[in-house]
Design a protein. Structure first.
Length: 555
């Protein structure tokens, strides 16, 4: 580097020197997007539509513009124009931008640079955010004009615009995630239709909610429940944004790298926030209304958590157990840290351990939640106050009652979550064990095959009792109905139809499946611990020469 180069760089304006510190993908995408025909046409159509609404709306309104409540109508018309650009066009443009990197074979060039997958994703998202701000700045003068008319609600307009901005960012992140899922042209076309249809549905639903709020009621800003619901909505949006970002980054990461830890941590935090919000709603209901929440709310939380772990557990337990050199080199040398990281590291057996720990921890959370804020706990215990001492007493009493009774006598939310946990252990455990066995004989077997096989096994378990129910003369409950989670959960939620043996059968089946996976889980833990010990004694060896302990594919 010559001495004239720093001098030449120092003579540049500060904004050009500051651009070197920005994301390179953001600069590239911003230049391409602002010069593209799509952005120019969208911006011109946005201005033209807003001008047409202003001109023709005033011309047709006549004297009503001065004495009527046209402010709300003009705001909704301007928002309609803005929503088409920000909810439909910008997220789909982000999707096409990342998809074009694969179509044009330019992503391979980006992957060999110093740009990490996270920077690439943030650059794409930053370009979408830049377009959002430009579109907002274009429509702001027209909304300011609508504020001069009667009927315009400033707080409602500000709330709608802010929430729409956050929603558009979430949709853009989801679109980027879908752009990384399909690598073949056929599936890319299917994904494009899916993304476009989803964005269109989001646009229609958003316009329906905003139109109802601006036309009839407005936003109930004076109600505390409204702000609680808004906080929960924003919290859910942020958690899904982080989760979608982790999935997008993992899909762009090399296959030999760690694709699992970020997703598993994000999904753990998401479930933790969900149950913290549910228990928080119960505490709010007790403090403000003198009562907790019904057990149906805990059943709903258990079902949502079960679906959540079914999806993420399916991807976790079907991963290959082998540990790559790239991941092995990043393991900490401290044995305690390695042991704590085992459930978060890639591998089907470690994914099974991760799921088991979450299911077991969430069982305690359900029991604690029922004891703390369950409406039945206040009526049965007779405790009229809600303080720390009484809360601890209710939790201890609930645990003693649960552990001192047989499973059919547990509270209904605990029974539902126990049944869901058993189903997850059974079906996903079979997929995990089958993957270790089949990979020994089928070299071309990949994770997608195992996921399809596990899904088909679950489908067969759902259909089988329905066929028996259809063909047999006696249509009462039978033992074979336990294979279907829908039948079992329906009977547990309507206790008069439960026979009492469902929980016992599920617990025994889950224990049997778990025994087939214990050896694989033990090998998964031992591989991490042995590798860390060998690496700690060979500090002088180059990273590429470090021996990686491959996990044994044992059923």
């Amino acid at each position: 580097m010559s001495t004239s180069e720093p001098t030449a760089a120092a003579s540049l304006p500060w904004w050009e020197r500051g651009a070197d510190w920005l994301n390179a993908i953001l600069i590239k995408e911003a230049r391409q997007a602002l010069k593209s025909r799509q952005f120019v046409l969208t911006f011109l159509m946005l201005l033209l539509a807003a001008w047409a609404v202003s001109a023709f709306g005033l011309a047709l309104s006549g004297a009503e513009a001065e004495y009527g409540n046209l402010g709300r109508w003009f705001f909704f018309a301007f928002y309609f124009v803005l929503a088409v650009a920000t909810i439909l066009i910008v997220p789909f443009g982000a999707y096409r931008s990342l998809l074009a990197e694969r179509d044009l074979n330019t992503y391979e060039l980006l992957s060999i640079t110093t740009l990490s997958p996270g920077k690439i994703v943030w650059g794409k998202l930053g370009s979408a955010m830049l377009q959002l701000f430009i579109f907002y700045s274009a429509i702001t003068p027209f909304i300011a004009f609508a504020s001069l008319l009667n009927g315009f609600d400033v707080p409602t307009a500000a709330y709608v615009l802010v929430m729409s901005l956050l929603g558009s960012m979430l949709l853009s992140m989801a679109s980027l995630m879908f752009a990384t899922l399909a690598k073949q042209r056929l599936w890319q076309g299917f994904n494009s239709l899916l993304v476009l249809g989803g964005l269109a549905m989001a646009l229609v639903s958003t316009l329906g909610v905003v139109g109802s709020a601006t036309e009839f009621r407005g936003m109930p800003f004076d109600e505390s429940g409204f702000w609680v619901a808004t906080s929960l909505f924003v919290l859910a949006g942020v958690s899904y944004f982080v989760l979608l970002h982790q999935i997008t980054v993992s899909q762009l990461t090399f296959e030999s790298d760690n694709r699992s830890t970020g997703i598993r941590v994000a999904s753990n935090v998401q479930v933790l926030l969900f149950w913290a919000s549910l228990i928080g709603i119960g505490i709010y209901s007790w403090l403000w209304h003198g009562m907790g929440i019904d057990r149906e709310a805990f059943v709903f939380g258990a079902i949502v958590s079960g679906v959540h772990w079914a999806v993420f557990g399916l991807f976790a337990v079907t991963e290959p157990d082998a540990l790559s050199h790239r991941v092995a080199r990043g393991l900490p040398r401290n044995r305690l840290l390695r042991l704590l990281l085992v459930p978060l590291l890639p591998g089907g057996a470690r994914g099974m351990l991760w799921m088991l720990l979450n299911l077991f921890a969430l069982w305690f959370v359900v029991v604690i939640g029922v004891a703390l804020v369950g409406r039945e706990s206040f009526t049965t215990s007779g405790m009229g106050s809600w303080d720390f001492q009484s809360a601890v007493g209710r939790v201890i009493n609930e645990f003693l009652t649960t552990l001192g009774n047989v499973p059919p006598n547990w509270s209904m939310p605990v029974q539902v979550w126990t049944a869901l946990s058993c189903y997850l252990v059974i079906y996903l455990g079979i997929g995990c064990a089958a993957g270790r066995v089949l990979r020994r004989h089928l070299s071309e077997l990949n994770s997608a095959h195992l996921r399809v096989m596990t899904f088909l096994l679950l489908t067969a378990g759902i259909i089988f009792p329905l066929l028996l129910y259809w063909f047999r003369d006696n249509r009462r409950a039978s033992l074979f109905d336990v294979t279907s989670p829908f039948m079992t959960l329906d009977r547990l939620m309507s206790s008069q139809n439960a026979q009492g043996y469902e929980i016992y059968v599920l617990l025994i089946a889950a224990l049997i499946v778990l025994m087939f996976n214990l050896r694989g889980i033990a090998h998964g833990i031992a591989a991490i611990m042995r590798h860390g010990a060998e690496r700690g004694g060979r500090d002088d060896v180059a990273p590429d020469e470090v021996e990686v302990v491959e996990e044994a594919a044992v059923a």
